[in-house]
Every structure is written in structure tokens, then in C-alpha cells.
Design a protein around this ligand. Structure first.
Ligand SMILES: [Zn+2]
Length: 230
């Protein structure tokens, strides 16, 4: 899943508008940020496969150090611990990281190990079973979350117009027809894993950073304490 993770982040933020945005939005992206770094470093193994679709065009052959159930729990706890001074932020930051694993579960093609180097793998495989339709499904899922978040944030005077516009552009940019990974996959080695890491990691850094900025610039007044004489 790609845009769906960020939509989950926006929804978590909308559920708790006073919680800082960045622990949530970086939280939902964290597993893919680590994944792309490990792909560049060669710790992860990603194998070009144009038949794979719908927008990844790679088999995630070995991603155990960031996308196994155990590592998802470890990363969630580590990330939550950073925000232990505020209980709500810590819980929501941890939930944001773990939501990534839960959202990947239905989509991934049986490549989510239980723990690093475990033989047992999870992943219901909607990417492989449904192809382009799985991308449409991710869009509907994200749209439903954003619609809910939109209404919640509107109630506290925060408009999600720009975040929603950004996610819409990103969603179509990773469509089966526009995803840059289809041009990366056929390149000679060592380019495919390097560019896979740089493009996916770069997209998550850029998109989560822009979402944090777009949400915080309109929600700053909501965070200010209400004056005592109001
Ligand atoms: Zn992922």
C-alpha cells in the first residue's frame, strides 16, 4: 500500500486534532522509509518483475528487517518511546507505525515474514490477485478515510483541501500507467534496487513532509490554548 498509509495518518490526526502531526505522519511512513533505505544498502532484496503490477513492478523478495510482524512491533514501540512524555502522542505514534503493517497485510503477496528469516509469511495478496483493481480499492479506501477526516477536521475549523489534493495527485502518480517503477525495473543492475529505494523512500519523505506542513499551517490556531477570559 502507498497512498493508503498516508490517508490512515491523516485520519489518525483527525481523530485527535490536538496531537502533533509529525509523530503520526512520519509514523505511518516509517516502515517504508526503513524499507527503502535497506533496499539501497542491499540489506533488503527487491527483484524486478514487470508482470507483478499494479504499481510496484518488483517482488519484495526479502524485506524481513522492516516488514516482518516482529520488526513492525519493534519499530512501533521504539517510535512510541520517543514521545513517552505525552501518553496520547506516544500511543498514537505507535499505532501509526503498526497501522502500516496492518494495511500492508491484505495487499502484499505473502512477503511479510513473522520475524526476520522466518519461513512463515503473511500477506493476503490482493496486489497479485486483483492487479489494477487493487489500486482502485486502495483509492476507495483512502477516499473514505479522507472524507471522514475532512468532516472531523472541519468541525475544529481545519480544512483538508490541500492535503486531499496532494494525496489525489500522488495516488494517480502511482497508478499502473504512471508509476515510475515500471521504467526502473528493466534497467541493468545495480540500478533497480537503488532507484526503487530512492524513489519510494523519497516519495514518503516528500509526501509526509508536505502533509505535515499543509496540516500544521492551517491547524496552528486550533492548538493554541483558549484564553482564560474567553
Ligand atoms: Zn510497506
Amino acid at each position: 500500500m502507498f497512498v493508503g498509509h498516508l490517508a490512515i495518518g491523516v485520519a489518525i490526526k483527525a481523530g485527535s486534532p490536538r496531537t502533533p502531526t509529525w509523530p503520526i505522519l512520519i509514523g505511518v511512513s516509517l516502515m517504508d522509509m526503513v524499507d527503502s533505505l535497506f533496499a539501497v544498502l542491499g540489506i533488503n532484496q527487491v527483484t524486478p518483475n514487470l508482470a507483478r503490477g499494479p504499481y510496484l513492478f518488483f517482488d519484495l523478495t526479502f524485506i524481513d528487517w522492516d516488514h516482518s510482524l516482529l520488526m513492525a512491533l519493534v519499530l512501533s514501540i521504539l517510535w512510541a518511546t520517543l514521545f513517552r512524555k505525552d501518553k496520547t502522542t506516544a500511543w498514537l505514534a505507535g499505532l501509526a507505525v503498526f497501522s502500516h503493517f496492518l494495511a500492508d497485510w491484505p495487499m502484499h503477496n505473502n512477503d511479510l515474514a513473522l520475524y526476520p528469516h522466518s519461513a512463515a509469511h503473511l500477506g493476503y495478496g490482493l496486489w497479485g490477485q486483483l492487479g489494477t483493481a487493487s489500486w482502485v480499492l486502495e483509492g476507495l479506501f483512502s477516499a473514505a478515510l479522507l472524507a471522514w477526516a475532512w468532516r472531523r477536521m472541519q468541525a475544529v475549523g481545519v480544512s483538508l483541501t490541500w492535503p486531499a489534493a496532494l494525496l489525489t495527485v500522488a495516488f494517480f502518480n502511482v497508478s499502473p500507467w504512471l508509476s515510475p517503477l515500471q521504467w526502473v525495473a528493466p534497467l541493468p543492475q545495480p540500478w533497480p534496487p537503488l532507484l526503487f529505494g530512492l524513489l519510494t523512500g523519497g516519495s514518503f519523505v516528500l509526501l509526509s513532509g508536505m502533509l505535515i506542513w499543509l496540516i500544521d499551517r492551517v491547524s496552528a490556531p486550533a492548538r493554541q490554548p483558549i484564553p482564560a477570559d474567553a
